[in-house]
Design a binder for this molecule. Sequence first.
Ligand code: ZN
Length: 276
Amino acid sequence: MKETHPELKRLCIHSITTKPWRISEAVSEYARAGVGGITVWRDAFSELSPAELRRYATDAGLSVVSLCRGGFFAAAETARRRRAIEDNLRAIDEAAALGAPHIVMVCGADPEIPLSESRMHIVEGFQAISDHAAKSGVKLAVEPLHPMYADTRSAINTLGQANDMCDIINEPHIGVAVDVYHLWWDPELESEIARTAQADRLFAFHVCDWRSPTRDMLNDRGLPGDGCIRIPTIREWVERTGFNGFIEVEVFSTEYWSMDQHEFLERIVASYNEHV
Ligand code: ZN
């Protein structure tokens, strides 16, 4: 039998990382590999309902770490903003049924309006769903995205901005997700990670690597060790805050999706053991 890395139980994989697999297959294979947790992307519900998936994962011995993703609050048209809020209320219900402690929030941006206006819509969006999240026992983790996505995906691009926004909203169930892919370049990262500790708001830690050169803005993420991010250093900053939750591997990669996913899963585990 292979030696199990003592920290393997802290490894969580995002279901999109092994996109070619159905969610039931991903759950069984992650569990068989000794992985401790899964973050569920919402497309999974086309196969299993949140409640079914919760049972399925629990029976396999996997923890559901989070639901990915909510947000996309910013929009020039009022009707789109209203639809986004309705969709986020549904996501909260899904997370509660799934047993996911938090939802990863990709806040959104609309290139038709100034970034400052998108940011106002984001704050309004959080305020509109905050009570429902609190009543449902679901936390919301604001994930700042790399500025290359500031046109459409998120007007929140640094951890400093995310911390500032959390201070404005000021609710204990609204915090942040630190994803090394989006934040590794930021000279303020260490101090902003330390700042999360004051409000106990660091809910999630996502890892992958920045390939150099990066061949595609969306679907060319590397596994830890494939690129230039000093992941162990950032992990140390994260753990200095007291964070001892799951370490989530989240990779979107056309190259890795074209591989045999069993072999890819072995590489995920090996890269986690060696480079995180
Ligand atoms: Zn992430």
